[in-house]
Design a protein around this ligand. Structure first.
Ligand SMILES: [Zn+2]
Ligand SMILES: [Zn+2]
Length: 265
C-alpha cells in the first residue's frame, strides 16, 4: 500500500521554483487528505563547486538555510494535529565532491529528519553539467559525450557511486528520481536497453538498505511522460523489498501529490 504522504517537496527557498510558501504547500497537502509531508529543499552546493546552470540557481543559498529550518520547525508545531511534517534536504551527489558533501551533511545533519540523495550533475571530461536543466542544455551535453547511450551509462554509473559513497552518518537514506536521465528520452532516444543496469542499481539500493523516491514529476515533462522510475521498475523494487516513497517533486503548492493516482506501489 502506498504511504499517504508526499515526501519530495520544494519551497519558496528554491531559487528555480515558485514563491509559494511552505505553509501554502502544507495547506494544500491537508486539503488533499495527506497524513505526511516532507520538505526536501535543494541543499546548498559545496562552496568550491561552480553551479553549471546559466543562472546558478540549482540549489538554495547558505544564507537561507537557517530561515528554512526555523520556518519548518514553526510550521511543524502549528500543524501538528493536522499533518506529520518532516524537514529535510535533497542533497546533490557530485562525483569528486564527496568530502565537501559529507561536511555539508555533518553541518546540518542533526537538524533534519528525512532526506534524498540525487544525481543532477555529471562530470564529463573536466566539465560538470546539469542533466535536467533544459532540452537545449541536454543537447549541448550530448555533444560533449560519445553519444546518448554513453551519456546514460555515465549517469547510471554516477548513480551507482552515489549509492555506495561514504557520505558519513547523515547520508540521505533515499535515492532520488533514479531515471532522471530519461527526462528528454522522447527527443533523444537510446539504442541500448538499460534494464539490466537499472536492475543492478536496484540491487545496490537493496544491499545498502536505502529507500527509493517514486517521483511522479516525470509524468508531466513533455519529453518524458513517465514516472521516475517507470512502473515496471517500481514492481521490481517492490519485489526486492525496497521501501517505495512517493514524491511529487512539487515546486508549486498546487502540484502536491500530483500524479500519485497514476502509480501502483
Ligand atoms: Zn528543483
Ligand atoms: Zn531532483
Amino acid at each position: 500500500m502506498m504511504r499517504n504522504g508526499d515526501f519530495h517537496v520544494h519551497t519558496q527557498y528554491c531559487p528555480h521554483g515558485s514563491k509559494d510558501t511552505m505553509e501554502a504547500y502544507i495547506l494544500r497537502a491537508i486539503e488533499k487528505g495527506l497524513e505526511s509531508l516532507t520538505f526536501t529543499e535543494h541543499a546548498p552546493l559545496p562552496d568550491s563547486f561552480v553551479d553549471p546552470v546559466p543562472n546558478q540557481d540549482s540549489a538554495m543559498s547558505w544564507t537561507d538555510v537557517d530561515a528554512y529550518l526555523a520556518d519548518g520547525e514553526k510550521l511543524k508545531q502549528k500543524y501538528k494535529d493536522d499533518i506529520h511534517i518532516k524537514i529535510g534536504f535533497e542533497v546533490d551527489y557530485i562525483e569528486g565532491f564527496e568530502k565537501e558533501t559529507k561536511n555539508i551533511l555533518n553541518y546540518f545533519g542533526s537538524k533534519i529528519e528525512d532526506s534524498i540523495l540525487s544525481v543532477h550533475m555529471l562530470r564529463i571530461n573536466d566539465e560538470y553539467v546539469c542533466i535536467d536543466y533544459s532540452v537545449d542544455e541536454f543537447e549541448r551535453i550530448l555533444s560533449l559525450s560519445n553519444g546518448i547511450d554513453s551519456l546514460y551509462t555515465l549517469y547510471y554509473n554516477t548513480l551507482k557511486q552515489s549509492i555506495l559513497a561514504d557520505l558519513g552518518t547523515y547520508k540521505p537514506r533515499r535515492i532520488g528520481h533514479m531515471t532522471l536521465i530519461e527526462k528528454f528520452r522522447k527527443r533523444f532516444p537510446t539504442a541500448t536497453d538499460f534494464s539490466s543496469l537499472q536492475k543492478e542499481i536496484l540491487l545496490l539500493i537493496q544491499q545498502e538498505h536505502l529507500e527509493l523516491d517514486v517521483n511522479t514529476a516525470g509524468f508531466f515533462k513533455d519529453w518524458n511522460e513517465n514516472c521516475y522510475p517507470p512502473q515496471q521498475l517500481i514492481y521490481k523494487a517492490k519485489e526486492l523489498g525496497i521501501p517505495l516513497v512517493p514524491g511529487s517533486d512539487s515546486h508549486t503548492a498546487k502540484h502536491i501529490a500530483r500524479g500519485f493516482n497514476r502509480i501502483t506501489i
